[in-house]
Ligand binder design. Structure first.
Ligand SMILES: O=C([O-])CC(=O)C(=O)O
Ligand SMILES: [Mg+2]
Length: 572
């Protein structure tokens, strides 16, 4: 049995089944085979050894030309491969060379997805070793274009599609997924994909991309990752009229129908995978994103990347910039352009951190933070008509209708853009900020920190090159999620988001700061993620929310030792 499992699951499973192995929770009877009752359905799983042609077609175990002579004999591969044997390093070199031949990012994306479907370890090897080059390909911004064209480029399903057709049967659908021990689910309903709006079922590219990062950047094993798209319809007319659209051709379900369906999903996930599976909500529309987080935050291990992940990464950038500027968060006044998930999420986390640091009530620290939405500055006189997540940010001020006037009125020391609307940080806006910041803080060094959500090309100024940081939640969610997984956390607490920010800011060196960088280079992301994971896990233990006991003494070392590595395993 042992050898069968080892052969079948790439050499990792013997450990998976050992009660002393802690990352996956040991010998849990996840599928209820041993405690089945009449109302507990079971799935008749079988275990078999992949060999020969089927081994080459199995992305989890295929190594292509890297199979050794011995493996070719033992696994019936003779003749199915040309005679050359090449190393994984050489395969990587060849593929990177091929990839660089494509001019269009979308073609690179497609080539990478094909690789993932052909040879998963090689895919992750490429991604990990070339993270700065390939992140914009498999993730922001190219993944957005891929979602828009998902109907045309769709080859093989890469995650679970749960549509209204599956209503009443979601638990059974979950059991169709081939992996039994899932640790992280990223789920979207496709209503607000990046800044691209409602892409319906084609939003699947996002959970797939985010989970690829969970593995490459955070170290969660691919088999522990489950991308899910909930299809409740789409209001995107273009997609509804597109013959290649892959989703339900109907308008979005809303209200009770929507929330009942999501409740069935959330219940089924907990029933099937237990309390320790992390559910990351991704790219839901504002109204549902806040509501789902509020509904399930106390009963499930849930995290909203767009609200909380973005908040944590931006706070880390601010904390890092204070290293160079000196002073504390409370010395600053913040102005946001955009008051959606990112804007209000970041604002709240800053207010929480300020409140902790200065021992001031949250209601007071919120007053240092102002938000502008499409109707202008959020002020008290607008309170009645504001969506509830904006209400805490309505402060006493006369109405102000645009960003430039808001900048002049509020005189912020930090300006944070969290809106999909482009070209808003105009010369006038920047000059206004620069002028009064010089006046307000005498002796302030002429420092401007700038970071953008998507990759931004270096800027030449006075003969010096400035490299904008990427304030993207990709810095945070893989490490944060990994920390939750390795500690067996059962809830996400705001303090864990702060712990993640603190760890990320802690990875910014003086040398980075001197170059105007408020985020560490992405090339170090696995080390960064290990530190984030360790800090988050430490907080989980401290709060009594961790279930993997006893607590490992050195959490950074522990996190590093648990990380997935993509090098090939030897097959017996
Ligand atoms: O995916 C990204 O780059 C950031 C993100 O979560 C979003 O924009 O929704
Ligand atoms: Mg998102």
């Amino acid at each position: 049995m042992e050898s069968v499992l080892k052969a079948q699951r790439g050499g990792e499973s013997v450990l998976d089944l050992s009660p002393t192995w802690t990352v996956e929770g040991g010998v849990e009877d996840v599928y209820g085979e041993d405690r089945a009752t009449e109302d507990q359905l079971v799935t008749p799983w079988t275990v078999s050894v992949a060999s020969g042609y089927s081994l080459l077609r199995d992305p989890q175990y295929n190594k292509g030309l890297a199979f050794t002579e011995k493996e070719r004999d033992a696994h019936y591969l003779r003749g199915l491969l040309p005679p050359a044997i090449i190393s994984q390093e050489l395969q990587e070199k060849k593929l990177m060379h091929n990839l660089r031949q494509y001019d269009l990012p979308l073609h690179k994306y497609m080539a990478m997805m094909e690789l993932e479907e052909r040879n998963q370890r090689l895919f992750y090897k490429l991604l990990i070793d070339n993270v700065e080059e390939l992140l914009p390909v498999v993730y922001t911004p190219t993944v957005g274009e891929a979602c828009q064209k998902y109907g045309s480029i769709f080859r093989r399903p890469q995650g679970l599609y749960i549509s209204l057709k599956e209503k009443g049967k979601i638990l059974e659908v979950l059991r169709n997924w081939p992996q039994r021990t899932v640790q992280v689910i990223v789920v979207t309903d496709g209503e607000r994909i990046l800044g691209l709006g409602d892409l319906g079922c084609q939003g699947m590219g996002i959970p797939v991309g985010k989970l690829a990062l969970y593995t490459a950047l955070g170290g969660v094993r691919p088999s522990g990752c489950l991308p899910i798209t909930i299809d409740v319809g789409t209001n995107n007319e273009k997609l509804l009229n597109d013959e290649f659209y892959i989703g339900l051709k109907q308008k979005r379900a809303t209200g009770k129908e929507y929330y009942d369906f999501l409740h069935e999903f959330m219940t089924a996930v907990k029933q099937n995978y237990g309390e320790k599976v992390l559910i990351q909500f991704e790219d839901f529309a504002n109204h549902n994103a806040f509501e789902l987080l509020a509904r399930y935050g106390t009963t499930h291990l849930v995290f909203n990347d767009d609200i909380q992940g973005t908040a944590s990464v931006v706070l880390a950038g601010l904390v890092a910039s204070l290293k160079l500027l000196g002073g504390t968060l409370a010395d600053h006044r913040f102005l946001f352009f955009g008051a959606g998930e990112a804007g209000t999420g970041i604002a709240e986390l800053i207010a929480i951190e300020m409140s902790k640091q200065s021992k001031t009530p949250l209601e007071e620290t919120r007053k240092k933070i102002w938000l502008v939405d499409s109707k202008g500055l959020i002020v008290n006189s607008r309170k009645e008509s504001l969506q509830h997540f904006k209400k805490p940010w309505a402060h006493e001020h006369e109405p102000v209708h645009n960003l430039l006037d808001a900048v002049k009125a509020i005189k912020p020391t930090a300006l944070i853009g969290t809106s999909g609307v482009g070209k808003t940080f105009t010369k006038d806006v920047v000059e206004a900020i620069a002028s009064f910041n010089r006046k307000l803080i005498p002796g302030l060094r002429a420092v401007l920190f700038f970071a953008s959500g998507s990759p931004f090309d270096p800027v030449e100024f006075n003969g010096k090159s400035f490299v904008p940081g990427q304030a993207n939640n990709a810095y945070i969610f893989p490490g944060l999620g990994f920390g939750l997984v390795i500690s067996g956390a059962i809830r996400v607490h705001d303090d864990m988001l702060l712990a993640a920010s603190e760890a990320l800011a802690g990875q910014v060196t003086d040398e980075n700061c001197d170059k105007g960088m408020i985020y560490p280079p992405l090339s170090n992301i696995r080390k960064i993620s290990a530190h984030i994971a360790a800090n988050v896990a430490a907080k989980a233990y401290e709060l009594g929310l961790a279930t993997r006991l006893p607590r490992p003494a050195d959490l950074v070392k522990y996190a590093e030792s648990c990380m997935y590595t993509p090098s090939y395993r030897s097959y017996r």
